[in-house]
Design a protein around this ligand. Structure first.
Ligand SMILES: [Ca+2]
Ligand SMILES: [Ca+2]
Length: 363
C-alpha cells in the first residue's frame, strides 16, 4: 500500500481511503471498547437492582415496611447506582438502578456520556422451602384453623404424658382458657409426639451438624437450640421421631421469646417408612413464639359430651381423673411478617398470620 511519490492524485485517493479506514477502525474500536465497557456496566446495574430489590423485599418480609425504600436505595448505591427509584406494590418491590458513565472512544463520534439502567422486582411470599426449621411437625389444617382464630393466645403442643397417650379432646377438656377453641395441638404419630428427623433432608449444600442416624435426645436438643441446617423443600417426606426425652425441656426453655419455624404436614408419604413409621408429608411452615416447656399441664374431664364425640358421661373408663401432660407452650404471632427464612424459595401465596416467609426475584 506504499503510495507512489510521482502520482499526487493517486496519493490523494489513498489518503482519503486511509482516512475512511481510520474512521471505520475508530468506530470498531469504540464499539468494541465502549461496547464491552457498557455491557459490564449494564451487568453491574442489574446486580445493583437485584440486590436492592431483594434487600427491600426482605425489609417488607420482616415487617419493616417503612425501611423498604431507604434500604433498597442504599443497596443500589453501594453497588454503584447513582440514580435509584423504588416502588412498593403490595408484596413486591420494584427497583430501577441507573448510572451515567463516560465513554472512551465513542467521544470521538460525539457520544461522551451514556446512562445505563436496569430493573428488578423481588417479592415477599409464604415460603415453599425453609432453613433452621424446628424438628416439630403439626397438622396443617389444625394449625391454619388456630392461626385464623387464636393467634396471640397461649397454645400448647403435646410432647408427652402418661401411658394414656392421646388426650382425646372429646373426653378431656382441651379448651384451657374457656374461649370455646381447643388450645392443644396433638400430632398424629407414635405416642402423639410431634418430633421430626430431618436427616433425609440434609444435603451437601445445606449440611446439618446436629443430624445423626436415627433420632435421639442429642439430635433433638441440638436442633431445638439451633434449628436444622437442612433446607426443607416442600413437599418433603420427613421421618417421624418418637420418645419423650425430658432433656429437651431445657433446650426449649433456652429459646423462650424466640420466633421459630416449624413444619406443617397434610398427611403421610406412602413410601420410605422410617423408624417412627410412615413419614409426614410436609407442605408448609408455621411460625411460633416460644413460651417454654410445661412439665405438668393438667387436663380435666369434659362435663358435657361434644357433638360427634364422646364425653366423660358416656365413656367413663377413658376419663377417670385429670390427665397430666408435658407440652411446649407457644403463641402464633398475629403479625403475618413474624417469621422469615433467609434461604427459602417462594410459594407465591401472600404472607399470613402463622406463616413463614421468604423473598425471591420475580423479574
Ligand atoms: Ca381456648
Ligand atoms: Ca436423625
Amino acid at each position: 500500500m506504499m503510495p507512489k511519490r510521482h502520482d499526487f492524485s493517486e496519493q490523494g485517493t489513498t489518503l482519503v481511503y486511509l482516512a475512511v479506514i481510520l474512521v471505520v477502525l475508530v468506530g470498531f474500536v469504540a464499539l468494541a471498547v465502549d461496547g464491552g465497557f457498557l455491557y459490564g456496566q449494564r451487568q453491574k446495574m442489574q446486580n445493583a437492582a437485584d440486590a436492592a430489590a431483594m434487600a427491600g423485599a426482605e425489609r417488607l418480609c420482616r415487617g419493616m415496611g417503612t425501611a423498604v425504600t431507604s434500604t433498597a436505595t442504599r443497596y443500589a448505591t453501594l453497588n454503584g447506582a447513582d440514580d435509584v427509584s423504588v416502588r412498593v406494590d403490595g408484596w413486591r418491590v420494584r427497583v430501577t438502578a441507573r448510572r451515567t458513565v463516560e465513554t472512551y472512544f465513542a467521544k470521538m463520534l460525539g457520544i461522551s456520556q451514556v446512562t445505563i439502567g436496569a430493573h428488578a422486582e423481588a417479592t415477599c411470599s409464604e415460603a415453599a422451602s425453609a432453613c433452621r426449621v424446628w424438628p416439630l411437625g403439626l397438622n396443617r389444617r389444625d394449625w391454619e384453623g388456630q392461626a385464623e382464630h387464636s393467634c396471640g393466645d397461649l397454645l400448647y403442643i403435646w410432647t408427652g404424658g402418661p401411658p394414656i397417650d392421646a388426650p382425646d379432646c372429646d373426653v378431656y377438656d382441651c379448651d384451657l382458657d374457656g374461649d370455646g377453641d381447643d388450645d392443644i395441638f396433638i400430632a398424629e404419630g407414635p405416642q402423639n409426639r410431634p418430633w421430626l428427623d430431618f436427616t433425609r433432608q440434609v444435603s451437601p449444600e445445606f449440611p446439618d451438624s446436629c443430624s445423626q442416624p436415627g433420632i435421639g435426645a442429642a439430635e433433638l436438643r441440638c436442633e431445638i437450640l439451633h434449628g436444622s441446617g437442612a433446607r426443607i423443600e416442600t413437599p418433603a417426606c420427613v421421618d417421624r421421631g418418637f420418645g419423650s426425652p425430658a432433656s429437651v425441656g431445657n433446650a426449649i426453655n433456652a429459646r423462650r421469646g424466640d420466633r421459630v419455624a416449624i413444619a406443617l404436614y397434610d398427611g403421610f408419604c406412602p413410601r420410605r417408612p422410617g423408624p417412627g413409621g410412615r413419614p409426614y408429608r410436609v407442605t408448609a411452615f408455621g411460625c411460633v413464639t416460644v413460651e417454654g416447656w410445661v412439665r405438668d399441664l393438667r387436663l380435666t374431664c369434659r362435663t358435657t359430651p361434644r357433638e360427634g364425640g364422646c364425653g366423660c358421661g358416656r365413656r367413663p373408663p377413658r376419663c377417670r381423673g385429670p390427665l397430666h401432660i408435658q407440652a411446649i407452650a407457644v403463641r402464633i404471632p398475629c403479625n403475618p411478617m413474624a417469621c422469615f427464612t433467609s434461604c427459602g424459595t417462594l410459594s407465591g401465596n401472600p404472607p399470613r398470620a402463622g406463616g413463614v416467609n421468604a423473598v425471591g426475584l420475580t423479574r
